[in-house]
Design a protein around this ligand. Structure first.
Ligand code: FE
Length: 182
């Protein structure tokens, strides 16, 4: 069952991968979900916030390191892991959360300065801010607004020492959001 697999990733690998941030990747995703909850987001988007970086944990070689010199495409890896198990709104928000950073860098002049150093570094590997054509193309993607929302929680969920719910406490929500076939 997909949720057991996801919990396994959180527990087995979530504490190892640090993202170049003062939180583990599991803490980061749990903080993002907490931000989504605090804003009264839908359960699908809370789940998207919780799972948005699963590609760092679920894929082979997907783990991010701050000295990476290539992009490991954890956005596509995460979407691939979730596709078929969760609604398209969640899957596309995960797929587009890196594109959303490039989009926000091109469309909000205050955004880049608010990124963490690790996120500025990965931005360069991911292709930098979008061009005008890329901005226009992004705005045609289904669920791009939701991806931008997930992205903003992503940027906020990197604070050391913030208490969060555990993955286990999010399981009932994930079970409600998951497609019934999974
Ligand atoms: Fe993230």
């Amino acid at each position: 069952m997909i949720i057991d697999e996801l919990e396994h990733y959180f527990i087995r690998r979530g504490a190892e991968a640090y993202l170049g941030e003062p939180v583990t990747i599991a803490q980061h995703m749990l903080q993002c979900a907490a931000l989504a909850l605090a804003e009264g987001a839908s359960e699908v988007l809370v789940a998207a916030a919780l799972l948005h970086d699963i590609g760092h944990l679920a894929g082979s070689g997907g783990e991010y390191r701050p000295d990476d010199t290539v992009d490991r495409h954890h956005d596509e890896g995460g979407a691939a892991a979730l596709e078929g198990h969760f609604p398209a709104q969640l899957v596309e928000s995960v797929r587009l959360h890196v594109a959303a950073k490039r989009y926000l860098c091109a469309t909000d002049e205050t955004y880049y300065d608010r990124l963490s150093e690790a996120s500025k570094h990965s931005l360069a590997l991911q292709g930098g801010p979008f061009s005008a054509d890329e901005v226009a193309a992004f705005e045609t993607r289904q669920f791009h607004r939701e991806a931008v929302q997930v992205r903003l929680w992503d940027d906020g969920g990197k604070v050391a020492g913030v208490p969060t719910l555990s993955f286990a406490e999010f399981r009932p929500l994930l079970e409600r959001v998951a497609l019934s076939a999974s």
